[in-house]
Design a protein around this ligand. Sequence first.
Ligand code: IPD
Ligand code: CA
Ligand code: CA
Length: 263
Amino acid sequence: MCICTPDLVERVVALVRQTGVLLTQRPDPQAIQAKSATDYVTNVDLAVEDTLREALAELAPQVQFMGEEEGHSDLDPARPFWILDPVDGTTNFIHNYGHSAISLALAEDGQVVFGVVYNPYRQECFTAVRGQGAQCNGRPIQVSTAPHLSDSLVAVGTVPGHRELGQQAFAQMWAVYNACQDIRRSGSASLDLCDVACGRVDGYLELYLQPWDYAAGSLILAEAGGCATGLDGAPLCLTQGGPLLSSNGRIHTALLELLEQSN
Ligand code: IPD
Ligand code: CA
Ligand code: CA
């Protein structure tokens, strides 16, 4: 039986919205740590993760927890688990750029069954339950109808944590830039996926992301009529990272072919 009941969904969405207040505070400059030269964690990332881990354990004690910051060893993927990015867009957050989100998904039987992405700066809460459509603040959302790359605005990611992939990523962006109307770089993968889901952009790609970047957003996008896959068109993995291509569905094959040629 699916553990994703309407009551659980309602409580978790309320919890994520409430926890989003933490992202409207500034991080403690003394508490910003470099995980690598281009990848940071702040006291707020840790506070959001701790708050949600504890509250989710009370709401659903049988569900395991995968969080970006505190690790996820001993996870049994055959049993349900949460996938949390406490602050997706940490570099934006450090710079007070006002474009970051909490991204939380529930995985069961190898697939995401529920996702919520909350942007506290615009107070936009994107949600989806598998098979029930996608919403922003409770209102249904849909992908764009752009049929061709030449009609499309495409978001891109610059793989900041994997600089070794930077040259290949920029070659792909160049190919996409030349084929579409223009490109955008927001700094939050989960919000990029939600932007595709609600038709603000027609596609989004990044050469390497982690499951917490895309788990919630990929379900929201699929439920809004789009799709997110690997660069080979294969389904995304929930236990390890990889490249991501997402779109309104109509331009997916054209993007896959374009990226294949740009390699
Ligand atoms: C990052 C953001 C960014 C993407 C990076 C991610 P973080 O997540 O989603 O847009 O380009 O690849 O790592 O580190 O801010 O949680
Ligand atoms: Ca992230
Ligand atoms: Ca993060």
